[in-house]
Design a protein around this ligand. Structure first.
Ligand code: IMP
Length: 428
């Protein structure tokens, strides 16, 4: 019963969508376990380019069950819109399912996300504004509405009445916002219940059944380890657990079922939103890298901050997740740079450290210690074998492997499925 996880090793946007779409050709099921439509996964294949926010990235393969597990928070309008768009482009969505235990992003969560961010002033997190944080707050506070609750009308009405009264008090009295109308929210819930009914089920059972039949299951991470609520640069994090622990709780899956944990790392670093990023580039260098790589958020369109590869943060991600193999993406973006740098330590408060600190204020004071390597003038773009890579690119890859203490099993050299070097088969 083999399950394989694909997890972001940095601050999200590592190119997991392409990796998952590529690997999904070898599996029977792809499952999202955390986050919501704050994620944006880009998939490019012979059917076109797809920007997916909720539906698992393996959906384009006809044999694949695409499942949203209990750990995800679901905005039904976004989900239903995405399914409709996929169907209209000829993608079969008949194997799509959503957990009845997944929490719903309600309209007041989106309102509160905006109001809370505004109230944070200069300390704003830079959330995606999709209501993800407030939905997870309600889940933990035990006042959330789950997908299954939408279909239990008798119980939903009094519960929503109570919850909405509390939310409206918060919205109007604390933030000076406008109250939401109960009847409007109920009407929306009624519509959602009807539209989601065909997909809602006990997904943990489906996943267990598939594993029992010896089918292969791919666990699709969203965001990245450095955005993890526990392990990331708190409080500049998302509200879920993108790292491996989140996969077990977000699916109802035993860790024993997971035989491979793959970390996805971009050949450089990017971050969207606020919070420290020690190897951040500034000025013209940052702008030219951003433009070349088109580093703009898939979800919000915001320009992403960019920087050199941070091996201190990367090593930490490897430890937290126990990566059994890594994937290197967007190597081609570094083609043509006269030299490339890797952050191998931090200078801080008169000393040096080589660990990713828990204290985010300390992290913000960290200055990168760089190791510089010669760049390569032959392109790596579209390479499909290691032998096609220039020597200096191979040396860069080897150095990253040594620093992370984990080999790269796949190297991505472009957005399409074919632009992939398989160093070692990851899914057996
Ligand atoms: P939230 O998840 O919308 O609450 O945003 C919290 C932080 O996580 C912000 O800095 C976001 O920019 C960041 N974030 C959330 N989802 C993603 C993602 O998929 N990629 C990159 N950053 C993300």
């Amino acid at each position: 019963m083999p399950a394989y996880a694909v997890i972001g090793g940095q601050w999200g946007d590592e190119g997991k969508g392409k990796v998952i779409d590529y690997l999904a050709g070898k599996v029977d099921c792809v499952v999202r376990y955390a986050g919501g439509n704050n994620a944006g996964h880009t998939v490019v294949n012979e059917r076109g380019t797809f920007q997916l926010h909720l539906v698992p990235s393996g959906i384009c393969w006809p044999q694949v069950f695409g499942i949203i597990g209990n750990g995800v928070v679901v905005d039904p309008d976004v989900l239903l819109g995405e399914l409709q768009q996929l169907t209209s482009r000829g993608i079969d969505t008949s194997k799509f399912l959503v957990s009845e235990r997944a929490h719903v992003i309600m309209p007041y969560h989106i309102v509160l996300d905006r109001l809370e961010e505004e109230s944070r002033g200069s300390g704003a997190i830079g959330t995606t504004g999709r209501g993800v944080g407030p939905a997870y707050v309600d889940k933990t506070a035990r006042s959330g509405i789950r997908v299954g609750d939408l279909m239990d009308w008798e119980a939903l009405v009094p519960r929503l009445e109570q919850v909405l009264a509390a939310k409206n008090a918060l919205i109007t009295k604390i933030y000076g916002g406008e109250a939401l109308v109960l009847e409007d929210v109920l009407a929306q819930c009624r519509r959602w219940a009807e539209d989601l009914r065909p997909y809602a089920c006990a997904t943990e059972q489906i996943v267990q059944d598939l594993l029992a039949e010896n089918k292969r299951v791919l666990l699709e991470g969203a965001q990245g380890t450095l955005l993890d609520i526990d392990h990331g640069s708190y409080p500049f994090v998302t509200s879920s657990s993108p790292s491996i622990g989140g996969a077990c709780t977000g699916l109802g899956l035993s860790p024993q079922a997971i035989v491979g944990v793959m970390g996805v790392f971009k050949a450089y670093t990017s971050r969207v939103g606020s919070g420290p990023m020690p190897s951040e580039m500034v000025g013209v260098a940052a702008e030219s890298l951003r433009e070349k790589a088109q580093e703009y958020g898939t979800t919000t369109g915001r320009p992403r901050r960019v920087g050199w590869f941070d091996a201190v943060a990367g090593k930490y991600s490897c430890l937290v997740n126990g990566f059994t193999g890594n994937v290197l993406t967007r190597l081609d973006i570094l083609d043509g740079f006269p030299s490339v740098k890797i952050c191998i330590g931090y200078r801080v408060d008169g000393g040096e450290i080589n660990r990713f600190p828990a204290n985010t204020n300390l992290l913000a004071r960290c200055q990168p210690i760089y190791e510089e390597m010669p760049g390569w003038d032959r392109p790596t773009a579209s390479a499909t074998t290691l032998s096609q890579l220039p020597e200096n690119a191979l040396a860069y890859i080897k150095r990253l492997e040594d620093l992370l203490g984990c080999p790269f099993q796949i190297i991505s050299t472009g957005p399409s499925r074919e632009e992939t070097i398989v160093v070692e088969e990851t899914i057996k």
